[in-house]
Design a protein around this ligand. Structure first.
Ligand code: XMP
Length: 507
């Protein structure tokens, strides 16, 4: 187990992902919330920070239980911190050093750099430089512009690097992390999907015992994998509820419900479409729509949960990025929890304890665990779909008629992507029904009908996204099919905006 201390860098989660890719388990903690009992940790990594060690706001971790007592790797801010407060010197660089650089010197026979080429490319992102190494510091790598690009401390298993090994552009960064964690710190590489499944199933069995758990399934990857894990742990004491909010894709409610039953899950499908349409009637503001849908879901779910007796737990598909308590760079050095609908959103009247089998996993790890559990690859590879569903893809107010039109359009688009082998290379795709009529001509008739937009984006996490350059041939076929088959639509446009400044959804 590896402990990563967060100083507010945007790259801290990336360090964790790289460590996990080495099949090593790790956890992120804010720099000022170091666990008291460190006995289960085999190594510590200090991350980067938007702050300067020379500024008044410099973040001061208490490393007294760590430094010299266990293997320590300090990255960027961490490396400067060790230098500045342990007898070295850090000063402002003449220029901000940002981007690719190449090593120009590496220490021979240095275990940390074993297998790393002498001119390896690394990623720099800092505006201070380490002018003088700390007491007992020994330089082990330089670049043309940064003399002290990496150093170690004699007499300790402490290593420090100015560049970011976790960033993709540090081409041998993963090798360095592996050298540090595996060769130097001797951390076992035993965190595999299979090992995770065994461990979490045992843990859930122990925690839940013979009690009952209720869980809301959405058809998405996270809730499905969470349900399968809980099912493995407690069998039919897991009660799943899958709500049709009337805003799902065409035929999705029935096909996903069938799929769940085929997986042996104890699942009840609840068609509450009308309740959602009633709650949405006349609302056209996006946030008002989201709120109405959220409230309706809680009501429906609560009604269903009350029909079960003696339920003690609420299962949730919360994943690690929703849980990590990260240091907020803009809010000063105080720690804040990122707000997310899955965290703490439990209404008072559902006084249930929470079980979250995926709370330590990143999304890609959830998919791998799902694969290990034998879940259909098609389900695991599904595009993300927002909780409020088609309601935020129908601009303006929602009616069942508009939902039906958009479902048809969406189905033609998504099935087309699958048929043309484009679905898996797109991160998310969907159609948007615009509150605009346009003039068209069909045969000899003038038409005045709806416009739909198609959207397909590439992304890794939804935070940023680029529109996908779908082939013109494909767009042409899709547009023809939509206009020919979907009554009420006479024009199709393709959204060519990236995020930022646009967002993925239109509302
Ligand atoms: P945006 O539109 O903010 O979307 O670029 C980023 C990702 O989040 C999804 N999204 C939502 N998911 N409830 C959800 O569960 C919502 O209210 C919501 N709004 C956006 C969106 O589909 C994309 O994957």
């Amino acid at each position: 187990n590896v402990l990563i201390l967060d100083f507010g860098s945007q790259y801290t989660q990336l360090i964790a992902r790289r460590v996990r890719e080495l099949n090593i388990f790790c956890e992120i903690f804010p720099f000022d919330k170091i666990p008291e009992d460190l006995s289960s940790y085999k190594a510590v990594i200090l991350g980067g920070s938007p702050f300067s060690v020379r500024s008044e706001e410099a973040l001061h971790p208490d490393l007294s239980q760590i430094r010299g007592k266990m293997p320590l790797l300090a990255v960027c801010y961490g490396a400067q911190y060790l230098a500045h407060f342990s007898g070295g010197e850090v000063a402002a660089s003449n220029t901000r050093e940002y981007g690719r650089a190449n090593l120009s010197f590496i220490q021979e026979n240095e275990l940390f750099l074993e297998g790393v080429s002498p001119n390896s490319q690394v990623w720099m992102s800092h505006s201070d430089s380490i002018k003088q190494l700390p007491t007992n510091g020994v330089r082990i790598a330089s670049t043309k512009d940064v003399e002290n690009a990496a150093y170690k401390i004699e007499g300790e298993t402490t290593y420090a690097i100015q560049f970011h090994p976790e960033v993709y552009h540090s081409t041998e960064g993963k090798q360095m992390l592996e050298n540090f964690l595996v060769k130097i710190a001797e951390v076992p590489q035993n965190f595999t999907p299979k090992a995770f499944v065994e461990e979490i199933v045992a843990e859930m069995k122990e925690k839940i015992g013979t009690d009952k758990v209720v869980l809301g399934l959405s058809g998405g990857v996270d809730s499905t994998v969470a349900a399968v894990l809980l099912n493995k742990a407690i069998g039919n004491n897991l009660y799943c509820i899958f709500v049709n909010n009337g805003l799902l894709r065409k035929n999705e409610f029935q096909s996903v419900l069938d799929q769940y039953k085929g997986m042996g899950l104890n699942v009840k499908g609840v068609d509450a479409s009308q309740r959602f349409y009633d709650a949405l009637a006349g609302l056209d503001d996006p946030e008002a729509k989201r709120k109405a849908i959220g409230n309706a879901f809680i009501e429906v779910f609560d009604d269903e949960a009350h029909q079960l007796t003696d339920v003690k737990f609420l299962g949730q598909g919360t994943i690690y990025p929703d849980v990590i308590e990260s240091v907020s760079a803009t809010g000063g050095p105080s720690a804040t929890i990122k707000s997310h609908h899955n965290v703490g959103g439990l209404p008072d009247f559902m006084k249930l304890k929470i079980v979250e089998p995926l709370r330590m996993l990143f999304k890609d790890e959830v998919r791998r665990v799902g694969a290990t559990l034998g879940i259909d690859p098609e389900l695991l590879g599904r595009h993300p779909f927002p909780g409020p569903g088609l309601a935020i893809r129908i601009l303006g107010d929602i009616t069942p008629e508009k939902v039906a039109i958009l479902q048809e359009v969406d189905a033609i688009f998504i099935n087309g992507l699958k048929e043309h082998n484009l679905y898996n290379s797109v991160w998310q795709a969907g159609a948007i029904l615009l509150p605009v009529n346009s003039v068209g001509v069909m045969g000899d008739e003038r038409t005045y009908e709806k416009v739909v937009a198609l959207r397909a984006v590439e992304s890794t996490d939804g935070m940023t996204a680029d529109w996908v350059h779908l082939p013109y041939e494909f767009l042409m076929k899709t547009s023809n099919e939509i206009i020919n088959k979907v009554k009420g639509v006479n024009r199709v446009v393709y959204d060519i905006s990236s995020k930022p400044p646009a967002t993925i959804e239109w509302e």
